[in-house]
Design a binder for this molecule. Structure first.
Ligand code: AQP
Length: 338
């Protein structure tokens, strides 16, 4: 008898146009590997994107671009379910139920919310941004996902998902699978190239500190060559005293599969310059085919839309069944046929 595959679910926001290297190494790279071994659901989470203001035309274009990049990294729609979140309205419907099971204080403790709202001020902070992690919980629970491949920054949100799912199960009877975060230690957090104390991030990084996958490779190569490192000379991984260099070693290792220990050995006796130059070449070599594949999908929007429509149909079949079960347990009166 065939054993059932575990299910994974993850999402990425279509907010910045291009993905950055942190998104890829922290999350999307795992998505590609997991489609071979898991029942995989991946979403472009456009509902999450509007928690901060978006230009409608740009959002539509970025949603297609995000899907094209996911396919460009190697997601295969015959091996996974790739869809756009707003095409499956059940996510938002379940999120309402989950909002009603989440404590105000519990949501207010989310560090990502605290960071973002502190930056944006009370006026710029929407209720949507506040309940973002609850929508994310619904995204995950509605597929009964076992694992959620994400970067370290998402760990707290997955814990909230478990808490809310557990609360529903305790109140209404076993319904949802409680998911585990799936975080690869090695590239769980990619840091800003100019400020290795902070994560590489579209909202916090300076233009020179962030590597966009869709940028001209020469532009990104320059950013690697001018990455901030310490004043020492020894090539050795040490997050405490050599955060910039350690970040470069992490990226090099993640892009090539060569371990950090082997890299330390390889660059023994060399200065930082050659490492940066080589990393720039490694990145260029990796990113060129990715960009070409992504462009192929962008050049054929009808095919891209077809893939997304098929994905949404597959996703909805699961999401609708879970939602109906949850609604019934909550006590909503089923709508009779007219
Ligand atoms: N620097 C990072 N290192 C490792 N993983 C990261 N992720 C994001 N930044 C890093 C992971 O990327 C996935 C997609 O996340 P998202 O769509 O929610 O993007 P994000 O977290 O909004 O990306 P940013 O750049 O961090 O945006 P802001 O600045 O708005 O917060 C997630 O799995 C995330 O862990």
């Amino acid at each position: 008898m065939a054993t059932q595959r575990l299910r994974v679910l993850s999402g990425i926001q279509p907010t910045a146009g291009s993905f950055h290297l942190g998104n890829y190494l922290g999350a999307v790279r795992q998505w590609v590997a997991l489609q071979e071994t898991h029942d995989a659901f991946y979403a472009v989470v456009d509902l999450h994107a509007i928690t901060i203001p978006q230009d409608p035309e740009e959002l539509r274009a970025s949603t297609r671009l995000a899907a094209a990049q996911l396919l460009g990294t190697g997601l295969d729609p015959t091996r996974c379910t790739l869809f756009v979140q707003s095409h499956v309205p059940e996510h938002a419907q379940l999120a309402w139920v989950m909002n009603c099971l989440t404590g105000f204080g519990e949501a207010a403790r989310m560090t990502q919310f605290k960071d973002k709202s502190a930056k944006q001020g009370t006026e710029g902070t929407t209720v949507g941004l506040f309940t973002y992690p609850v929508l994310q919980a619904a995204d995950i629970l509605i597929y009964n996902a076992h694992r959620v491949p994400v970067g370290e920054d998402q760990r707290q949100h997955i814990e909230l998902t478990r808490d809310v799912g557990e609360r529903f199960n305790a109140r209404y009877g076993p319904t949802f699978t409680l998911p585990e975060p799936y975080i690869l230690k090695e590239a769980a957090k990619i840091y800003d190239l100019q400020d290795p104390a902070i994560k590489m991030s579209k909202s916090a990084s300076s233009p020179k500190g962030i590597v966009w996958l869709m940028d001209e490779p020469a532009k990104s190569a320059k950013k690697f060559r001018s990455a901030v490192t310490d004043t020492g000379t020894e090539i050795r991984f040490d997050r405490e005293t050599k955060p910039g260099l350690s970040n470069l070693l992490t990226i090099y290792s993640a892009l090539t599969g060569i371990s950090v220990a082997e890299l330390e050995e390889k660059f023994t006796g060399q200065l930082y310059g050659p490492l940066k130059t080589e990393l720039a070449e490694v990145f260029t070599h990796w990113v060129a085919p990715f960009r070409a594949r992504t462009q192929e999908y962008l050049d054929d929007p009808a095919e891209l839309d077809r893939i997304l429509a098929e994905g949404a149909e597959k996703a909805r079949a699961h999401a609708a069944a879970t939602l109906a079960d949850a609604y019934e347990k909550v006590g909503f009166l089923p709508a009779a046929q007219a």
